[in-house]
Every structure is written in structure tokens, then in C-alpha cells.
Design a protein around this ligand. Structure first.
Ligand code: BMP
Length: 245
């Protein structure tokens, strides 16, 4: 098997610098009305068209589950220039974490998103060890963007953040819809890499997460549901430039 967690997170930053963008695409589409092969072809065409605007592609479960790892691998290997994040929102025991990391590595992913709430011992510790051994990155979830996240998860934000920092995790997914969390992580951990979803369809304004201290904005529906996704991404890049003037 070809190991592909071979491109550390610096690759994400290098690509951001090269194409001068802070835009990450949330790819959650799936072949609802088309054949899988056609869907894969269309996805490759879309990613080829977005290459000057989008730094990284975050594949979500709707896509991963419906295409299977073979289909996702086909897309990734056809558009290798992107940085790829597997959004499986991992929350399981360490043994399973190691297996998932191995599988995602084989697909060509560079990073995985995991819930910090599983805790260190026999959970996150093992996953992080496995991902690091493969030169990959882990984005920790310590707060989420939907309103219900405030009922349980986000109430433990401080503890979750401390847990992640104990493992030296420096990359986070934090909600653009609740920028106080972005500001707090930026203050506590100036070198953190912060990617924020919640823009567009969930209500936050493009550019707002960056203003609060995020490095990247993760945007899905606003792009792939647009009449002209390429033009929408081009316009988004204008407010999400890597180099600040
Ligand atoms: P959209 O721009 O279409 O709302 O997509 C947001 C993406 O970010 C989805 O893939 C979702 O799973 C993810 N996400 C989120 O919306 N909120 C979070 O707190 C964490 C996420 O990963």
C-alpha cells in the first residue's frame, strides 16, 4: 500500500502561500442522481477547476460512505496538489483509531478530524501516535458550530482544549458561528492552525472567522450548491487571501 500521510501540515501552509488563499472546500456531495463513475469524473473536473482558489479539500462522511475509499482514492490521486482532510469526526477507542488512521493514510489523506471528547488514555493518545508516525496531522474538535453544541460539547470547551494541548495538538476545527472559541484558542495558542466551518449556509459571513483569528475558512454548500461554483470560489478567495495587504 502506498502511504500518503507523508505530507506534514507544513504542506497545507505552503500551498496556502503558493496559491494565496485561505479557502478549504467542504466536499459533502454524493452521487444521488448520477452513476458513481460519472460522479467521480464530475468531482475531478470540479476540483481541477478550483485549484487556483481552494487550498485543501475536506471530505465528509456522505462522500466517503457513498463512494467508498476506492472512489475517494480515485479523486485524490487525480488531483494530488490539494491537501486532503478526512472529516470522519473520529470518536472511538485507540485500537480503532489506529486502524482508521492506517486506512485513511492508504487513501491519500493528509489529516484526520477527531473529537477531543474521547479523552487521552486508550483514545486520542493512540490515534495521535499513529497519525504522527505516518507524518499526518490531526485536527481536534473542541467546539462545534451548530446551536445544540452549546448544550453539551461546547460547555466543556476549556477542558477539551487543555486535553488537546497536553498532546501537543496544534490544529483545530473551530466554529465560525461562535467566534469566541476562535479568539480564545488564538490567544492561548498563538501558533495554532485554526480552520473554521459555519460560513454561508450556517450563517457566518465569509472572512469573519479570519477576522477573529482563524487561518482558514471551510466552506461547502455556498460553493458546491452555487449556480457557478468556480466563480463563487474565485470571489471567496478575494476575501480569503493568504497574504494580508
Ligand atoms: P457547509 O459550509 O455546507 O455548512 O459545510 C460545513 C462543513 O463543516 C460540513 O462538512 C460539516 O460537517 C463541517 N463542520 C461543521 O459544519 N461544523 C463543525 O463544528 C465541524 C465541522 O466539521
Amino acid at each position: 500500500m502506498e502511504w500518503a500521510f507523508t505530507r506534514p501540515i507544513t504542506k497545507l501552509l505552503e500551498r496556502a502561500e503558493t496559491i494565496d488563499s485561505r479557502l478549504i472546500l467542504a466536499f459533502d456531495m454524493y452521487p444521488k442522481n448520477s452513476k458513481v463513475e460519472q460522479f467521480i469524473e464530475d468531482s475531478i473536473e470540479l476540483l481541477e477547476g478550483l485549484r487556483d482558489y481552494v487550498v485543501a479539500v475536506k471530505f465528509g462522511l456522505p462522500t466517503i460512505m457513498s463512494l467508498g475509499i476506492t472512489g475517494v482514492k480515485e479523486i485524490i490521486s487525480s488531483c494530488r496538489e490539494y491537501y486532503y482532510i478526512a472529516d470522519v469526526k473520529f470518536a472511538d477507542i485507540g485500537y480503532i483509531g489506529r486502524l482508521i488512521a492506517e486506512i485513511l493514510d492508504g487513501v491519500g489523506f493528509d489529516a484526520i478530524i477527531a473529537h477531543t471528547i474521547i479523552g487521552l488514555k486508550g483514545g486520542l493518545e493512540e490515534l495521535v501516535e499513529e497519525v504522527k508516525a505516518r507524518n499526518g496531522a490531526l485536527f481536534a474538535l473542541c467546539a462545534m458550530s451548530h446551536r445544540g453544541a452549546e448544550e453539551f460539547l461546547n460547555r466543556h470547551f476549556e477542558e477539551l482544549l487543555d486535553t488537546a494541548l497536553k498532546l501537543n495538538i496544534k490544529s483545530f476545527i473551530l466554529p465560525a458561528t461562535m467566534p469566541k472559541y476562535i479568539r480564545e484558542v488564538r490567544l492561548k495558542c498563538p501558533n495554532a492552525i485554526i480552520a473554521s466551518p459555519g460560513i454561508g449556509a450556517q450563517g457566518a459571513k465569509p472572512g469573519s472567522a479570519i477576522e477573529s483569528g482563524a487561518d482558514f475558512e471551510i466552506i461547502g454548500r455556498m460553493i458546491y450548491k452555487a449556480k457557478d461554483p468556480l466563480n463563487t470560489a474565485r470571489k471567496l478567495k478575494e476575501v480569503l487571501r493568504w497574504r494580508r495587504s
